[in-house]
Every structure is written in C-alpha cells, then in structure tokens.
Design a protein around this ligand. Structure first.
Ligand code: GLP
Length: 264
C-alpha cells in the first residue's frame, strides 16, 4: 500500500484529482468507481476545473457509484444521485448512459437488482480506478462493520453511528434511511486500482486500523490490505494515529526515485 501524506484537505483533493485525470487521459474509456461524502468534494471540484480549463474529457468514460440510500429517489436533495449530479456530473461532459448509481427505489427483490448492478460492472469490463472515502467506523461504501470481506453489491442495514453521522445532511425532522444499496467489499477489491481519501481528526482511528491494524471484518477498510494497488491519500489530521508516518514518507521518496510509474 502507498500512503501519501498531505498537509490538508485541499491538497488531498488535488492529489486525488491529479491521479484520476491522469487515468482519464491515459485511457479515455476508463471505468471509474465513484464515492460520495464530504471528503471527495475537493477532488470533484478540481476535476470540474480541469474539465473547464484543461479540456479534461469524460465523454468516453463510464462510472459506477458505490452506494445509495434505500427510500430516497434520485430527485431527493439528500440522495447520492443528487449529490453526484450537483457536485460533478452536471459540470462535466459525462455521457448520461454511462453513469451508473445504485437505485434507492423501494422494491421487493433487492437481490435481483443488486445482481444486475454487478452484471453492469462486468459488462463494462470491470472498474479501473475506484475512489473511496472512509466512515468513522472504518466502513467503505456502506459496508458496515462485520460485512463479509467477500461481500458483493447488496442491501445493507446501516449502523446507528452512520445514521447519526449522516443526519447533518438531512433536513431537521426528516426520516433518515435505515438501509442502503452498496457495492460489497469483494466488488471493491475487484477494481484494478483503489484510491482511498481521508481528512480530519475524526477519521484518524479508522485510518490507523485500516492501514496498520489486522485485517478484520470489524473494520471494512482493512480488507484493502489484500489489494495489490491501493493508495491512501490522507491529510495530517487523519494520519495522526499512524505509527509509521516517517517510513511512509520514505517509501514515497524512494518510489519517486525507483518506480515513479506507480505514482502516475
Ligand atoms: C458515507 C458513504 C461513504 C463515505 C462516508 C464518509 O457513509 N457511504 O462512501 O466514505 O460516508 O463520509 P464523509 O466523507 O462525509 O466523512
């Protein structure tokens, strides 16, 4: 795993956007796995700016979002559909038919729908570059603690901690969704390359467990240790509880010297 330590959230967003834009330029038909939450906002902002000022072209790219709340329609301002539209897709030239976000529609057979989402990913040739944030409890997507490390896209029951964390995005009094459709940890690990972003002190414990703790279903992000091409991009606050910070800096310097292609 590469651990890239940055000063603050702005630098994290810029570094993530640099890697995503390089992937889009290297392979215009790239398949991106996208995430929501406050952490990747800086990355989306930078990508929009690269599209407008440096003609970064998304017209041939495909995207698959990680998750969506069950019970929120795409027009609900709190849905991840709405988040993606307002923070990214409406500002760039992604082709509508190549955007995939799990549907939050209430239904009677979630398994069938989730299998079809997995099929779409397969049909697109798999995800080239997956972007992730991390929850305070170490979740990725909505793979709450105790999710199988081999899990696939499915309906997942949210923990009360996650429900509380996300309350700030919902208008006062509005009912908070109890479940989500999320890509599984197995689905995420199938991506060819993974970038995981974290900022702020509230993420420090989860980040330390994910990078330096044992692999455990109690901390979904620790499963990333099994993947051969993962880059953590984290700011100083989120890196606070890591014990090997100096070594990660040294690895980065030596990677620049010996295998710079890994940082492209
Ligand atoms: C939600 C999303 C995750 C995201 C996490 C952290 O639970 N399902 O994909 O990583 O929130 O969000 P934030 O970046 O706002 O801290």
């Amino acid at each position: 795993m590469l651990v890239v330590l940055k000063q603050d959230a702005r630098e994290v967003g810029q570094e993530a956007a640099r890697i995503v834009s390089a992937a889009v330029r290297a392979k215009p038909s790239v398949v991106l796995g996208l995430a929501t939450g406050s952490t990747p906002l800086g990355m989306y902002e930078e990508l929009v700016s690269l599209h407008k000022k440096a003609s970064l072209d998304f017209s041939k790219a495909t995207s698959f979002n990680l998750d969506e709340y069950v019970g929120l329609g795409p027009d609900n301002p709190q849905s991840f559909h709405h988040f993606m539209q307002s923070n990214f897709f409406s500002h760039v030239n992604f082709s509508k038919d190549r955007i995939h976000i799990p549907s939050g529609d209430l239904r009677t057979n979630y398994s069938e729908y989730c299998l079809s989402y997995e099929d779409e990913i397969k049909k697109a040739g798999g995800i080239d570059l997956q972007i992730l944030g991390i929850g305070r409890n170490g979740h990725i997507g909505f793979n709450e603690p105790n999710s199988s490390l081999a899990s696939r896209t499915r309906l997942k029951e949210l923990t009360l901690e996650t429900v509380e964390d996300n309350r700030r995005f919902l208008p006062k009094g509005e009912e908070i969704p109890e479940c989500a459709i999320t890509m599984g940890i197995g689905t995420i690990l199938d991506a060819r390359r993974i970038l995981i972003l974290a900022t702020g002190k509230s993420k420090a414990a989860a980040v330390a467990k994910a990078i330096e703790g044992p692999i455990s279903s109690s901390v979904s992000a620790s499963a990333l240790q099994l993947h051969p091409d993962v880059t953590f991009i984290i700011d100083e606050d989120a890196a606070y509880a890591l014990t090997q910070r100096d070594y990660y800096r040294r690895v980065l310097e030596l990677t620049k010297k010996y295998t710079p292609e890994k940082l492209a």
